[in-house]
Write a protein that binds this ligand. Structure first.
Ligand SMILES: C[S@@+](CC[C@H](N)C(=O)[O-])C[C@H]1O[C@@H](n2cnc3c(N)ncnc32)[C@H](O)[C@@H]1O
Ligand code: SF4
Ligand code: SF4
Length: 402
């Protein structure tokens, strides 16, 4: 994907190719010379319905079959897409729950396509037949993502808590391959499948996926009950290092998602090898950032609530009350996400804060404050870094007082 450059960048998602991305190269927007940065959404995860035909043990949305009241109407969906397109051109991930449980899913996808948005979808598997893949192609959907959380039927079905879930994904993928629909695979990692990671990666390659994105468990929704399934910060560090080692060994894009300090590890390892990370040498990787929530990424819920991502349930606005564009520009939480010098603890002064940022959702799950430091990072930034950050903040404050 990036020629000789290392593969992957944070949150690269279904449908992202070459010039599309979600890293700071995009996410920080076009910095005005000496002025304020312009922040542009590059990727929006849109929970079109919370209804779901699975019952996954870790589900951030604690989704059930539903139906759920008060979900966005077709017209509200069209209006949202029009508003997004009026000021930006992000990739729209139609997700859920199971997005295909909405009757108007093809109309919504087609509307997005018609106005020039790149529409991608995250279905659960059961509903992906030859007939529905054809509907996806007709409505312009460009890529799907499937979740595979175990290397075997037993392990995946135990996690997804529905018998036949694994088989349904295999059939769905067969249909995609037959019909020419691109797909990627996401895997949520916790203790239950840490030992299976290598086998899952092999399976994903064998199935013909374009990319494999391992997600690190965020203890929210039903996932909050999985405290005993969280891997330790030390194992986390080892796993992220393994990801780094694998990135050039596999023929597809392999990129950890919602594991921001992977980008710290990536920089450290390249530096150890004497390699300078620049856009010329590393393409998108050099411009990418670990957590992009509120910076180039946003989440919109089934009832129109806006969040920095699906894993941090802190309302930043409501598209039924004001346009998404206004929320994007004015939300207090979004602004806080963009000011990483003000993050608490190590993440606020770490040398790697502008490429990592720590997971705000994990911080929130642990302390109740999304500005706190990432609880799963073992890195200790230097005192020098802290002094430099403090001096920078003092200078800024003085300039403001002038
Ligand atoms: C947009 S969701 C896809 C929704 C889709 N219904 C599914 O689960 O396959 C993307 C990924 O987030 C994962 N996910 C859900 N809850 C999570 C949690 N608490 N921590 C980490 N990943 C989670 C899902 O397993 C999925 O692979
Ligand atoms: S807060 Fe965490 S889960 Fe949300 S986008 Fe950032 S890294 Fe991902
Ligand atoms: S201290 Fe925070 S910003 Fe630094 S590497 Fe760890 S998680 Fe990232």
């Amino acid at each position: 994907m990036h020629g000789g450059a290392p593969k992957g960048h944070p949150h690269q998602v279904p449908g992202m190719k070459g010039g599309h991305g979600e890293g700071p190269g995009h996410g920080h927007g076009k910095g005005k010379e000496g002025g304020e940065k312009i922040w542009t959404p590059r990727l929006i995860a849109w929970e079109l319905t919370r209804s779901c035909n699975l019952d996954c043990i870790h589900c951030r949305a604690a989704a059930r079959f539903g139906p759920y009241d008060n979900e966005l109407t077709t017209q509200e969906c069209f209006d949202f897409l029009d508003n997004v397109k009026s000021f930006s051109s992000p990739i729209i991930i139609m997700t859920g729950g199971e997005p295909m449980l909405r009757d108007d899913i093809w109309e919504i996808a087609k509307h997005g396509t018609d106005i020039g948005l790149r529409m991608v979808m995250a279905p659960c598997g059961f509903l992906v037949t030859e007939e529905t893949v054809q509907k996806m192609l007709d409505s312009g959907i460009q890529r799907l993502s499937f979740s595979i959380d175990g290397a075997t039927e037993q392990s995946h079905d135990d996690f997804r808590r529905v018998k036949g879930a694994f088989a349904s994904v295999m059939t769905a993928i067969e249909n995609c391959n037959k019909m020419g629909m691109e797909f990627q695979v996401n895997t949520t990692i916790s203790k239950h499948n840490l030992h299976e990671l290598e086998d899952i990666l092999k399976l994903v390659i064998k199935l013909g996926a374009k990319a494999h994105h391992p997600f690190l468990l965020v203890p929210t929704g039903r996932g909050a009950e999985l405290k005993d399934q969280e891997i330790s910060p030390e194992d986390y560090e080892k796993t992220l290092s393994w990801f780094y080692d694998m990135r050039d060994e596999v023929p597809i894009q392999f990129k950890p998602t919602c594991a921001p300090h992977y980008y710290r590890i990536f920089r450290q390892k390249e530096t150890e090898k004497g390699i300078k990370v620049t856009p010329e040498t590393h393409g998108m990787d050099a411009m990418s950032k670990g957590c992009m929530g509120g910076q180039s990424f946003a989440f919109v819920s089934h009832v129109g609530k806006v969040q920095i991502c699906g894993f941090l349930e802190e309302e930043c606005g409501d598209i039924r009350k004001e346009p998404f564009s206004t929320i994007w520009d004015t939300s207090k939480v979004f602004k806080e996400m963009r000011a990483w010098d003000d993050y608490n603890g190590r993440c606020g002064y770490c040398e790697f804060r502008s490429v990592c940022g720590g997971c705000r959702a994990r911080a929130f799950a642990f302390t109740g404050d999304y500005m706190d430091e990432e609880p799963f990072c073992t890195y200790h930034p230097s005192d020098k870094a802290k002094d430099a950050r403090d001096a920078k903040k003092a200078k800024k404050a003085a300039e403001k007082d002038k």
